[in-house]
Design a protein around this ligand. Structure first.
Ligand code: SAM
Length: 254
């Protein structure tokens, strides 16, 4: 994954992977592997209305410069970053049960952003701000080291096929960057329902010396009991009834 400004990147193919188009030997070739593919999906009329109505207040613009967080939220409070909120159901719930925290939430899927804006409007939620942008770039360019009190990454794309594993978000170098952005005492909470990914998460988190497992009696793959604030999704409930597993891994920055 890159740490450079996106405008410095070669044009992206529709699948989000940088093009290997460098013809001049003077221009170094660099391939950027994204953790997502921009999916087609219709933004419904309710979501479109929510963009118009709530976008100006709740959407933040990505730019490669440090974010003034208190100005963005209109207050100073502990800051939690969520990466890849999907349709935002869990995000809206957590923001409501934790009104004392600020949530900076990234998602690249346009209808998902519309959906969360709609939930914000319906719930009168004040403590969320959204980037419709690659969270990796937001982290690298807009948030300082030791600026986060927590990070949530729930059900990141599992990229099942081995030739796609390189796209998985939870890999050593990225977790190291995340850890550096978390304050000492802050936490990183991952959840997955794909066991091989839980195994990979456990391996990567255990190898990161800045992080320690919060689970006193870790379950399989180092998992912890599900923290109360994370709601069970409909999909997850269905899986659990079918006997499928879900692994929550919660680590603390030392
Ligand atoms: C499998 S979905 C899970 C969504 C949600 N967390 C849930 O539990 O339902 C993963 C989401 O992460 C988003 N995503 C993946 N990589 C991302 C990135 N680098 N920045 C922002 N969003 C990303 C995808 O667009 C997708 O919506």
């Amino acid at each position: 994954m890159t740490t450079e400004h996106p405008t410095a990147l070669p044009a992206a193919k529709p699948n989000g992977e940088a093009m290997a188009e460098s013809t001049s030997p003077a221009v170094p070739f660099r391939r950027v592997i994204k953790s997502y593919v921009l999916r087609a999906g219709r933004t419904g009329p309710g979501q479109a209305r929510a963009y118009d109505q709530f976008g100006p207040k709740y959407l933040l613009n990505y730019q490669a410069e440090s974010l003034d967080v208190p100005a963005a939220f209109g207050r100073s409070a502990p800051l939690i970053m969520e990466i890849g909120f999907g349709m935002g159901g869990a995000t809206a719930h957590i923001a409501q049960v934790r009104p004392e925290d600020n949530f900076i939430c990234c998602e690249v899927h346009e209808p998902g952003v519309g959906s969360l804006l709609k939930l914000i409007g319906e719930g009168g939620i004040e403590n969320i701000r959204i980037f419709r942008h690659d969270a990796v770039e937001v982290l690298d360019h807009m948030l300082g080291e030791q600026s986060l009190d927590g990070v949530h990454i729930f059900f990141p794309d599992p990229w099942h096929k081995s030739r796609h594993h390189k796209r998985r978000l939870i890999q050593g170098p990225f977790v190291n960057r995340l850890a550096r952005h978390i304050k000492p005492g802050g936490y990183l909470h991952l959840a997955t329902d794909w066991e091989p990914y839980a195994e990979q998460m456990h391996t990567v988190l255990s190898a990161e010396t800045m992080l320690v497992n919060t689970a006193t009696e870790p379950g399989p793959h180092g998992c912890a009991p599900k923290p109360e604030y994370r709601p069970l999704t409909k999909f997850e409930n269905r899986g659990i009834k079918l006997g499928h597993g879900v692994w929550d891994l919660v680590y603390r920055r030392v």
